[in-house]
Design a protein around this ligand. Structure first.
Ligand code: GLV
Ligand code: MN
Ligand code: MN
Ligand code: MN
Length: 420
């Protein structure tokens, strides 16, 4: 049905960017933080409230919604061939603490607008279209990331269910708390059969802004490894234990963090971050006994990630030996670098060209659900300019005229994929 309606009507877009912008604004107020920006950590009350709100919009757009065992949301817009593998468009709506309003949200809401446009016109494509919300992309609460997309694709590991947040709540318990009768005990899922995956996302860096391009195509996404490290020293009285006799876990951690920086700056194409530390017992008059920290390390070069981690662990063990403390590293998440499929890149480029946009091929340093979906199907991404590339920050901002162009491009891409 769609194919006969293509050309004329679809060029006169009914895509409602104002509605999308006001929904982004509405979601930005569903936040659990007192501070500025959006704080919607995965599987928390605010995350669930936002998810239910987006589900309502999916239903209003003509989709039938279901959730999988990880509470990923699947909004299905039926195709004329009900047995055809669907085209999936998705992203996430969880956030970092005091993050921005567009990260992830833009991609999910843009997918809904595309479906809304089709259903308003009474159009169906050949393939079903699934709009998806993946849970816990950010990985702040359990420090792992891409939990929902990994669960959906069968890439989550059994032990990941036992990851704990700061309060000792496990991932399994957090998922169960959303209303399951029984605790989730397995990560085994039937691998979904998906025709292709497309994700629209803000460009979390300045390139599009610098080149004054509203949106463009992504060639590849850097791989990311996440580790937790634990330094165990000896707590003691801050006033009585002489400096020479101390086994201060925080001093060792300080050296570790600087050693990680030294390792990262050896390579232009590698970044490494220690973004979270907890110091125990955490009192001003007690020598730190235990420090737990996070390590996030990324590159497009998989070998470089692996060799750098091996070196970092070796160097840190040496630092800790000299200080008489113990250190251990545990991998809590790994996603290899991925390339967008050639077919998706050229499709996105051709739709960009229809909108008189010269594609600037981009590489993503940030992680996205697309990197996981890319393991099971062909994947493509569209990046949208955001002001000065500022992201993971309350000042994250996308101009409405850029959103309008990006929506048109996404529509063109999904339309072609779903009729192929
Ligand atoms: C999250 O946005 C990430 O890239 O880790
Ligand atoms: Mn994101
Ligand atoms: Mn993010
Ligand atoms: Mn991300």
């Amino acid at each position: 049905m769609c194919s006969s309606l293509i050309a004329k009507e679809v060029t006169e877009s009914l895509l409602n960017v104002q509605r999308m912008a006001s929904r982004i604004e509405k979601l930005s107020h569903i936040s659990s933080g007192q501070g500025p920006g959006v704080t919607r950590l995965a599987y928390t009350e605010s995350d669930e409230r936002a998810t239910q709100q987006v589900e309502e919009w999916m239903i209003a757009a003509g989709m039938v919604i279901t959730r999988d065992q990880f509470h990923n949301v699947i909004g299905r817009y039926e195709g004329t061939d009900v047995s055809a593998a669907p085209v999936v468009v998705g992203s996430h709506i969880d956030s970092v603490p005091e993050g921005g309003a567009y990260d992830g949200v833009l991609g999910v809401l843009a997918g809904i607008e595309v479906v809304q446009e089709l259903s308003t016109r009474g159009m169906r494509c050949i393939r079903p279209i699934h709009v998806m919300i993946f849970r816990d992309e950010e990985g702040v609460r359990f420090q792992a990331g891409l939990i929902g997309s990994k669960g959906f694709t069968g890439l989550l590991r059994e032990q990941d269910l036992q990851l704990q947040d700061e309060k000792g709540i496990t991932l399994a318990e957090a998922i169960t708390a959303l209303g399951e009768d029984e605790s989730i005990t397995t990560v085994i899922v039937k691998q979904p059969n998906i025709a292709s995956y497309v994700e629209l996302h803000i460009k979390q860096g300045p390139l599009l802004d610098e080149y004054k391009i509203p949106c463009s195509v992504v060639n590849g996404i850097a791989g990311a490894a996440r580790y937790r490290f634990k330094v165990v020293g000896n707590p003691g009285h801050a006033g009585t234990v002489p400096m020479a006799l101390r086994k201060d876990a925080l001093l060792a951690a300080a050296e570790i963090i600087l050693a990680i920086e030294q390792q990262a700056i050896l390579h232009d194409s590698l970044v490494a971050t220690v973004g979270h530390l907890s110091v125990l017992p955490g009192a001003s008059n007690v020598i730190p006994g235990v420090v737990e920290g996070s390590l996030d390390i990324r590159s497009l070069d998989e070998q470089l990630i692996k060799s750098s981690i091996a070196t970092i662990i070796q160097v840190c063990e040496q630092i800790c030996r000299l200080r008489g403390v113990d250190v251990s590293f545990t991998c809590v998440g790994y996603s290899p670098p991925v390339q967008a499929s050639k077919r998706m890149i050229s499709l996105i480029e051709s739709v960009l060209a229809q909108h008189k946009i010269t594609a600037l091929p981009l590489v993503s340093g940030a992680g996205h659900d697309a990197m996981v979906m890319g393991a099971i199907t062909e994947m493509g991404m569209i990046f949208v300019r955001c002001k000065e590339g500022i992201s993971h920050h309350p000042a994250e901002y996308v101009d409405i005229s850029d959103m309008e162009v990006a929506l048109d491009v996404l529509f063109g891409v999904i339309y072609q994929l779903a009729n192929d």
